[in-house]
Design a binder for this molecule. Structure first.
Ligand SMILES: [Zn+2]
Ligand SMILES: [Zn+2]
Length: 351
């Protein structure tokens, strides 16, 4: 039995194609997941354009943001059964035995293999996943929105775990992709304000959605004056917490320039190329720069609670759902920022 899959096959620009691959049998401790929806992430686009800075095991089925229904369970699986609606974490493989695995911070495991990069991911109809990666989807949350739990967890990690946003603090979110937009919502929930959101001229639509998510000021970096705006906020000394989720290196320079003395910068994205600017202002301003990578089990559970309670409404992002045959359309639209989020539904719409 075979199935279509979006496969990256070379380290060259646009070396991705639809291929037929076998449907796996779930081995011990694993389930076979029937994919309902799989989000196309900025990192998928980086791989598609061959501008990523992380290792990829070729050929690989792409996609790490997916929801689905348990189709079949392997030996020894007790906590999930066929028919369960679930979302899946990104760490397909971890050692389970190192310092970080044993302390619940398995995203730092040196043996970690992520779906869609080092292990076959979710841009296909059926994927085998370990039970430890699964979370139950609240019954009123549609599966195509549940697929966006992963970027929500990155945003939660950046704002609510690493970020020290307190009520009344000013916040700037640099970058208005899915993670950036969700960061805005999280910052608002934490009582942050004003909340500044930046993007480029082509991001007009995303910036407008940012307003609905809670941004008080939106800045088109191609035309507007971010620094002039920041001088008008509170006492004019800068932003308390700057969250950089642009995936571009030069944005860190903006973050350093607008953060207030003794403020905090959270950087939750990365990009290729060198950082050609001085980090001295970090010292001079006594600023904390904190990297944020991935997420863990507890963050997933908390985000799912927020989604269940309707406190985080992902329908505002209006994800564009496409059948797997139209994968390329989705990738190209994400490359050009024409969509906030494209989601593949390889088995059609599932409830
Ligand atoms: Zn992602
Ligand atoms: Zn480990």
């Amino acid at each position: 039995m075979s199935q279509p899959a979006v496969v990256q096959y070379a380290l060259k620009e646009r070396s991705v194609e639809l291929r037929e691959i076998p449907i796996p049998q779930p081995s011990r401790g694993n389930v076979l997941l029937k994919i309902a929806a799989a989000g196309i992430c900025g990192t998928d686009v980086h791989q598609y354009l061959n501008e990523h800075s992380w290792p990829v095991n070729l050929p690989v089925v792409m996609g790490h943001e997916f929801s689905g229904i348990v189709h079949e369970v392997g030996e020894g699986v007790r906590s999930f059964a066929p028919g369960d609606r679930v979302v899946c974490e990104t760490a397909a493989v971890i050692c389970g035995d190192c310092y970080y695995c044993r302390t619940g911070r398995y995203h730092f495991c040196e043996h970690r293999k992520g779906f869609g990069q080092l292990q076959d991911g979710g841009f296909t109809q059926y994927v085998q996943v370990p039970v430890r990666c699964l979370h139950r989807v609240p019954k009123n949350l549609p599966l195509h929105l549940a697929a966006l739990t992963e970027p929500s967890c990155v945003a939660y990690h950046a704002t609510a775990v690493a970020g020290e946003i307190k009520p009344g603090m000013s916040v700037a979110v640099l970058g208005c992709g899915t993670v950036g937009l969700i960061c805005v919502r999280m910052a608002k929930m934490q009582g942050g304000g004003p909340i500044v959101l930046t993007g480029l001229a082509r991001d007009k639509n995303r910036l407008q959605v940012g307003k609905q998510m809670g941004a008080t000021h939106i800045v088109d970096m191609d035309h507007d004056d971010l620094f002039g705006l920041v001088r008008q906020i509170h006492d004019g000394h800068g932003i308390d917490v700057v969250i950089d989720v642009s995936g571009r290196n030069r944005t860190l320079k903006d973050a350093i320039d607008i953060v207030r003395p003794a403020g905090q910068i959270i950087r939750a994205g990365w990009g290729p190329g060198a950082y050609n600017f001085s980090l001295d202002p970090l010292v001079h301003k006594g600023v904390r720069l904190q990297g944020v990578f991935s997420h863990n089990w507890e963050m997933w559970e908390r985000v799912l609670r927020l989604l269940d309670a309707g406190k985080l409404d992902l329908s505002l992002l209006s994800p564009e759902c496409l059948p797997i045959e139209r994968w390329q359309e989705g990738f190209e639209a994400m490359c050009e920022s024409r969509l906030i989020k494209a989601v593949l539904e390889p088995n059609g719409r599932m409830k």
